[in-house]
Design a protein around this ligand. Structure first.
Ligand code: ZN
Ligand code: ZN
Length: 358
């Protein structure tokens, strides 16, 4: 499996006319050579793969990493420069989104005879199509979401703060086996629901409000991402209309999924429906994003996306309406597109429900 991934890296070398790829980001190191530590470098040429790391990780790397050789350094830049010279490398593809400007300047100064070319997009597009093992980890992360939410939901009551709900959910996800939270969990109630990224606050949840909870965890490095919106007692007709419009936009977008459909077309289906119901100006973000070793990765589903969706891609569908001073709704599933159609990995109930208000 890792071997075929390295072979696809070599396709990048051929297409871009590069002598080597230099990978240092933890996500790409994990994906392309199996390393789960925090500091190392993978050098890939047409004929060789070398993994460089320091003494903290040498033993770990020797068991985890698929490479022709694992080498230990005390000075990372000097070690990379030395290997580039040994391998007669001149043109190097690298991850411009991983290195800071400072790190890149140091690399350029140390390896002054080399030329560097960013290959971030090529690397992330290789990770778009998930294999069976990746899908099993994504399924497990999504399953934990469902089990945790089913446990926590009956405990949510008016009078609790958003933070109390978020902590309960976060703790439950970890207790069930999640490695970490996927991001700062969003619990946005009432008017705070109009903040698309309303991280849980000390605000109390009150009767008559909608509550939006966006949450996820991580299993074997792979993330879950899901959003549920529900009512607290009776909500206004306006809030209920917003909910129904978002749910229908979500369902229409799912129904539009098929192999080779343009990602922006799926976005358009949901966006047009929301627009036609008078809420167009209140849906500002893209419809979805890829999910894998990163919570947000390729492909992007937005009006500007140029991707066509393919079998094996895993991405979110998450339309929303956010009306300042009133409230908000978002409904999000993470889905797998395959030759058989689509399948929601995330399983929490998305249709309307309300907790009782006492
Ligand atoms: Zn989310
Ligand atoms: Zn998302």
């Amino acid at each position: 499996m890792l071997k075929s991934r390295v072979n696809r890296l070599r396709d990048i070398l051929r297409v871009k006319n590069l002598d080597a790829l230099l990978l240092q980001g933890s996500v790409n190191l994990r994906y392309f050579c199996g390393f789960t530590g925090s500091d190392g470098a993978l050098l890939v040429t047409l004929h060789q793969t070398l993994f460089l790391t320091d003494s903290r990780y040498t033993t770990q790397a020797k068991t985890e990493v698929l490479a022709d050789d694992v080498l230990e350094y005390s000075d990372k830049l000097a070690a990379m420069d030395h290997q580039f010279n040994v391998l007669l490398v001149k043109h190097v593809g690298f991850e411009s989104k991983v290195l800071s400007v400072d790190q890149f300047h140091r690399l350029e100064n140390k390896c002054s005879t080399l030329t560097f070319q960013a290959v971030d997009d090529e690397l992330s597009s290789l990770r778009q199509i998930k294999d069976e093992e990746e899908l099993s980890f994504l399924d497990e992360a999504a399953r934990l979401n469902c089990v945790a939410f089913q446990e926590v939901f009956p405990r949510i009551q008016a009078g609790m703060t958003e933070r109390e709900v978020a902590l309960d959910l976060e703790f439950t996800l970890r207790r069930l086996g999640g490695e970490d939270k996927a991001f700062d969990l969003i619990v946005a109630s009432g008017v705070r629901g109009a903040l698309p990224h309303g991280i849980a606050s000390d605000k109390k949840i009150e009767c008559g409000e909608l509550v939006t909870i966006d949450f996820g965890t991580r299993c074997n490095g792979y993330y879950s991402d899901e959003t549920v919106t529900f009512g607290v007692g009776n909500v206004s007709d306006q809030l209920r209309t917003m909910f129904d419009v978002v749910l229908h936009a979500h369902d229409l977008a799912l129904e539009s999924l098929e192999i080779a459909v343009a990602a922006k077309e799926v976005d358009r289906v949901a966006r047009d429906y929301i627009h036609d119901h008078g809420f167009g100006e209140y849906f500002g973000h893209g419809l979805g994003h890829g999910v894998g070793l990163e919570v947000h990765e390729s492909p992007t589903l937005s009006p500007r996306s140029e991707v066509r969706l393919g079998a094996g891609m895993v991405f979110t569908v998450e339309p929303g309406i956010y009306v300042p001073g009133v409230g908000g709704v978002r409904i999000e599933d993470t889905v797998l597109l395959s030759m058989d159609g689509y399948r929601c990995l995330t399983q929490c109930q998305k249709s309307y429900r309300a907790i009782t208000c006492t």
